[in-house]
Each structure stands twice: as structure tokens, then as C-alpha cells.
Write a new protein. Sequence first.
Length: 213
Amino acid sequence: MSIKLKICGIKERAVAELALELGVNYVGCILYPDSPRNVDSDKVEDIFGSLPEGTRVAVTVRPSVEDLKSILDLSLDYYQLHLNPLEDLDLAYQWSELVGKDQLWLAPKIAPNQSFPLELLSIADRFVIDSYNKDAYGGTGTTGSWSRFKEFQQIDPNKEWILAGGLSPENIKNAIAQTDANFLDVNSGVESNSGVKDVHKIQQLFQNIEFHS
């Protein structure tokens, strides 16, 4: 099984370049001031501008249409947008019209007692399923319900379903085995400190994925 991998929350160009050299498919920059991994927009070009097209993902939370237009000016490749589907459905339609469903990665915040919002299927082609935390949008470092992720994948196998939340070199093989995920999004699990990526952990993560596949 071929595994796609995104390393998110990158703040240094050297780390992004190394990740891609190892075979990582996507690197993510977080443009959200409340995140310890936030990257100022004026640094995005320095970190991500020279990377290959098709590898760069901008990540933010519930942006207004105007804020999203500003992010689009950075000329990255994909846009991972976290949302509360109970409140942001109309906004998500606007995102899709602006970005295009093929470039939009939606990360809906879904409580344990909620079903996947089927309305989103017409809005985007990729869905990031992260751990639920009522006070945060991703980046908590905790694992989510792997059984629910497996159920979500079966809703529409033609979509790409991305497993996120607390993934690390230590649990990555179990995560793949229990979810059948073929697309993984890793952030805090390859850090030495909050917001500081550890290249050795990235190498170990990739080795474990290769060994599993």
C-alpha cells in the first residue's frame, strides 16, 4: 500500500527540504496566530517559495473570505481549512468557490456524538480528520478515534481521507493497521519541543511507514 504523508507546522526551510528529500509528499505551514507553529506571511516565501509546486499546504482556522484571499496571494498549492461544520457551512461553500474543491482540504471539527456532515462532500476532495477537542482546532497532540476514521473513509471512497492527531514514529504502524489510512498528517509527533521539528524523528517516522508498506 502506498502511503502519502504530510508534515505540518514547519517553520524552517531546511526542515521542509529534508522532509521532501526523504519522500514526504506535502509540507504544511500554519498561518494561524494562536498556534505555536504560526508562520508570519512575510516569511512564507523564504521558507516555502523555492519548494516544488504541488507540495505546499497552507493551514489556518475559520478564515474570512478576505483573509483567505490574502493567503491565496502567497501562491501556495493547497489550502487546509479547519472549520466548525455546524456554524461554517455557508463559509465553506465560499472557500470552495474561491479555492476550488481540488485544492481545498477541509478539516471539520466533529464531536464524538456527531456524524460526518455529508454536505461537505460536494465542497472538497480531501478531508483531514483530526482529534476532537472542544477548545481547539487541531494541533493538540492527542490521538483521535481511529475506528471513526475508518468509518468515515467508507462514506465516499473516491475522496481522500487524511488521518491526523497525535501520530508519531511510535504509533504510526498501529495507526495504519487499524484505520487502513493511506494518507497521514503528522505534526507534534515529530517535534523535540512545541513548534520545533526534530529531523531524526521525521526520519524515523518515514522509515516506519516504509517498513509497514
